[in-house]
Design a protein around this ligand. Structure first.
Ligand SMILES: Nc1ncnc2c1ncn2[C@@H]1O[C@H](COP(=O)(O)OP(=O)(O)OP(=O)(O)O)[C@@H](O)[C@H]1O
Ligand SMILES: [Mg+2]
Length: 458
């Protein structure tokens, strides 16, 4: 199936400058901004919350350590009972404590199987904290100093690996990122669905316009949402007015041509009589020539008006069927010429072209070939990748390039020996333009090829 006018449907994908693309970009920006700001604020809030909790816990632990520590008679610190958090018992768990007594004796948590904590942070009776090097990397250390019974100062330090805090934040961030990415994808998908749904009436409008162009409809069909409905109504009004105007103009042109016909016949008649007499034969000749030109123009306009009136919107032409009656008519018209149909089509081929126009167009070309052929006219049909080519070839005298260049003018003839009014090719060209086909005359060695192209190549 081939279309002379490929249907122009609205783009299904987002093209640059399309509404769909604008909406897509807006939705993407909206989702990225929304999800991005949620991500930033959520990680901030969570990090500070976790940090706060961490510090509170260390605060409590350093107080607990101070409360549970006692100094024996030799000035050595000892714990009345273990700290409540068991992690201080697990070797290198990342949770450490250390007590430095005034005597210089040091007591460390069971978790501190190696290393030392700097008790510099425990320099006053209020709790201080800082980051320092611990047994298993950087630690957040909390320190507190207390006076002992002997008047010396005992320093208490509680430390937790900073990596512990980082790990909690990292885990949270990873989970949050994953959840927000899924949410973002869902939002984008629903956004796209909304755009598709929202733009559906525009697609329908595009399809209605395509049907109009193909002649399958005379108006924009369908109901549209209130934003587009006025546009569709205005367009329909415009189309109606246009059609009425064209119909009126066509009738007027036909009337004008008809009304000129009779006076022109009288003028021609008079001029012929004048030309035969001996008075002013020159002027009579001029009159006659002019009258013939006017007649040609009238015939041409009437032929065009007739074929435009017969056109049925949306009708199609099927090949090779349509050619059969034309060829048999041509055989009767030119009985001395042999007509050959060279059909290279795979089965039938349907052209989106009005059959009346199409028949007229092909008849003009075959008639010319028949008129000038020495013996044979070959009509070829071929389809390649959606393009249909119809060629009409004869073995007559052919035409020169300069003749071809002028052959499409109204009334142009190069061979006065053959009958005709020089309108055929002018009408053929007109029909081609109206159906979007391309017509080319090609000089051949010993003949002429008229080539008609339908499809995208046209
Ligand atoms: N196949 C052809 N071989 C040689 N000359 C041609 C051929 N077809 C057209 N021509 C030349 O081009 C001219 C214009 O052709 P066109 O079909 O417009 O007019 P016509 O055939 O003379 O008259 P009409 O078609 O109106 O009866 C012809 O008069 C003829 O000189
Ligand atoms: Mg002709």
């Amino acid at each position: 199936m081939t279309s002379a006018h490929p249907a122009t449907l609205p783009p299904a994908r987002a093209q640059s400058g399309s509404l769909r693309l604008r909406f897509l970009l807006a939705v993407m920006l909206w989702v990225v901004l929304g999800i991005g700001s949620i991500w930033i604020s959520a990680t901030r809030v969570f990090t500070s919350h976790v940090e706060q909790q961490f510090h509170d816990e260390l605060n409590v632990h350093v107080r607990e350590l101070a409360r549970l520590t006692d100094i024996d008679s030799k000035g050595r610190p000892f714990l009345i009972r273990p700290l409540s958090d068991p992690r201080y018992e697990v070797p290198l768990s990342g949770y450490y404590w250390q007590v430095n007594a005034a005597s210089g004796a040091v007591l460390r948590s069971a978790s501190m199987t190696r290393g030392n904590l700097d008790d510099e942070v425990a320099h006053s009776h209020t709790i201080a904290h800082r980051v320092e090097e611990g047994p298993t990397g950087p630690v957040i250390a909390y320190g507190l100093a207390r006076s002992d019974r002997m008047g010396g100062e005992t320093h208490f330090v509680i430390a937790t690996d900073q990596e512990e805090l980082n790990r909690v934040v990292r885990n949270f961030t990873r989970e949050l990122t994953l959840a927000l990415a899924v949410l973002g994808l869902l939002l984008l998908a629903t956004g796209f669905a909304i755009i598709r749904y929202g733009l559906r009436p525009l697609n329908r409008l595009g399809e209605a316009v395509a049907r109009l162009r193909e002649g399958q409809a005379v108006q924009l069909e369908g109901t549209y949402p209130s934003e587009i409905a006025p546009l569709a109504d205005d367009l329909n009004d415009y189309i109606r007015q246009n059609a009425e105007m064209i119909a009126r103009a066509r009738v007027q042109a036909a009337n004008l041509a008809h009304s000129l016909r009779t006076p022109l016949a009288v003028v021609t008649d008079e001029a012929e009589r004048l030309a035969e007499g001996d008075k002013a034969p020159e002027s009579a000749r001029v009159l006659l020539d002019q009258a013939r030109m006017m007649e040609q123009q009238i015939e041409y306009q009437l032929a065009r008006a007739r074929s435009a009136g017969a056109r049925v919107p949306g009708s199609t032409s099927t090949l090779p069927d349509l050619l059969v009656p034309i060829l048999s008519a041509m055989k009767r018209l030119h009985p001395d010429v042999h007509f050959v149909l060279r059909n290279e089509l795979d089965g039938d081929c349907v052209l989106q072209a009005d059959p009346v126009d199409f028949s007229e167009l092909v008849s003009i070309l075959i008639d010319n070939a028949g008129k000038w052929a020495a013996s044979t006219v070959t009509v070829g049909l071929r389809e390649t990748r959606g393009h249909v080519r119809i060629s009409v070839e004869d073995d007559g005298p052919g035409m020169t390039a300069s003749q071809i260049a002028r052959a499409f003018e109204v009334g142009m003839r190069f061979d006065p020996d053959k009958p005709g009014s020089g309108l055929g090719l002018a009408i053929a060209k007109d029909i081609c333009v109206s159906m979007g086909a391309r017509l080319e005359l090609k000089p051949e060695v010993g003949g002429l090829i008229a080539q008609l192209d339908f499809g995208e190549a046209a």
